[in-house]
Design a protein around this ligand. Structure first.
Ligand code: AMP
Length: 425
């Protein structure tokens, strides 16, 4: 079992004692592409994982994002696939829970593999089958997919996994939350027994532990810390507010803070649509909305406009919370407190990435008491409460901050009066 609560946070820039990329055994063309990308040194997870993966070992690892995890598995996979030449069927399958994460992995494979002649195909739902089928027919080395669409292609005999050398299951606990486990098991059944398998997961609930026993053979464990700890570069605070004043407070905050890109999280898809519409109803506003009920082109457009800086507010559900690598998010606003304590760390982790500073604000109503309690227990400390100066707050019980109770003094031993000062007798 992996201890995801270790305190050693690894970020791309924070360790000068690490080896050089040229010491890790990567193929020359891969190394060239990495150095051109401007990475000076491998991150801790890369330094640990790359040699193991090059030896063909199975690995189970914490999936904290922002640690360079994607390159940690992409670079050795590209190096290993260089041997063996093209085949009609894929030799590597990378499974991702969301389309956005799958797209991100493809982008990294294309960057690091730009001097290689390897074919990479992205398969996810929400788009037509035709182009994906044509790409598969032309022969493919690496498939990056979400589970449902992959199974569709397999059922239509457009793809077989019988020649697979490497299988990567990324964000496994997220797959579990999203109900993908039956699909994942069906995919595993179609993979050859002799293969290298990698499993990444932020937490290891019993279902993932069982899956890992079935999927991995004598795996090496990679410990990636920081799973419970928000990055130190993030200032985060709680703003208690009455439920009916939430939107007004959001608008006042947006007027007051100097942001250049704000990510606003809601708990529900309907909530994201409503907040997006309200924000767009303002004179200043241009907000995009991203959640899983939007069409693929709407999702792509929303993310692209936000990444390119064309739109400075993105309202989203937790689909964006994990792993999406958007540089330069200056503020995260949790319009709703997340129900899942771990999602708090993921959400606010969208700002303050790669050692940049960032601010995260959470609007907190009295109904969210239990959720907030769970978050504070999860991160191991109380989050600062703040009020926006000049905002005309209505009173709400959420403003009462129940500080952790002090330990009671031990009253078991009563000193005899003669040992007490006169005033305490
Ligand atoms: P990930 O954890 O895979 O989401 O990566 C987070 C970010 O770190 C991505 O933008 C990567 O391009 C970047 N990155 C990955 N490896 C390195 C490295 N060795 N040095 C600097 N940045 C890196």
């Amino acid at each position: 079992m992996i201890d995801t609560a270790t305190e050693t946070t690894s970020t791309p820039e924070n360790n000068a004692t690490l080896p050089n990329f040229s010491d890790l055994g990567l193929a020359e063309p891969v190394l060239k592409a990495v150095l051109e990308k401007g990475y000076e040194r491998p991150t801790p997870i890369q330094a640990e994982a790359i040699p193991l993966l090059l030896q063909g070992k199975d690995v189970i690892g914490g999936s904290q994002t922002g640690t360079g995890k994607t390159a940690a598995f992409c670079l050795p996979i590209l190096t290993r696939l260089l041997e063996g030449g093209h085949q009609k069927n894929p030799r590597c399958l990378i499974l991702e829970p969301t389309r956005e994460l799958a797209q991100q992995v493809i982008a990294q494979l294309e960057t690091y593999g730009k001097y290689l002649d390897l074919k990479v195909v992205l398969l996810h739902g929400g788009v037509k089958y035709g182009r994906q089928r044509e790409a598969l027919d032309a022969g493919v080395d690496i498939v990056v997919a979400t589970p449902g669409r992959l199974l569709d292609h397999m059922q239509q005999k457009a793809l077989t996994l019988k020649d697979l050398d490497v299988l990567v299951l990324d964000e496994a606990d997220r797959m579990l939350d999203m109900g993908f486990m039956p699909d994942v098991r069906r995919i595993l059944d179609k993979c050859p027994d002799k293969r290298q398998s990698l499993l990444f997961s932020a937490t290891i609930p019993p279902a993932i532990e069982k899956l890992s026993e079935r999927m991995l053979h004598e795996p090496s464990q990679i410990r990636i810390g920081g799973g419970r700890k928000p990055a130190e570069t993030i200032n985060h605070a709680i703003y208690p507010v009455d439920d009916r004043q939430k939107f007004d407070l959001l608008v006042s905050l947006l007027e007051r803070i100097e942001y250049h890109s704000v990510l606003i999280f809601t708990r529900t898809k309907a909530g994201a649509d409503i907040i997006g519409n309200w924000l767009n109803g303002r004179e200043e506003g241009s907000a995009s909305v991203l959640h899983s009920d939007r069409t693929q082109s709407q999702r792509d457009k929303a993310l692209k406009e936000f990444k390119d800086g064309k739109c400075d507010i993105l309202v989203a559900t937790d689909i964006v919370a994990r792993g999406i690598d958007i540089s330069g998010v200056s503020h995260v606003i949790n319009y709703d407190v997340p129900e899942n304590a771990e999602d708090y760390v993921h959400r606010i982790g969208r700002t303050g990435r790669a050692e940049r500073s960032g601010d995260a604000v959470t609007l907190y109503t009295a109904q969210d008491k239990d959720f907030l309690g769970a978050i504070e227990r999860f991160i191991g400390k109380s989050i600062e409460r703040k009020q926006l100066e000049g905002f005309d707050y209505a009173y709400t019980p959420a403003m009462q901050h129940d500080k952790p109770r002090k330990k009671k003094r031990n009253r078991g031993y009563q000193a005899p009066d003669s040992y007490k000062p006169r005033w305490r007798r």
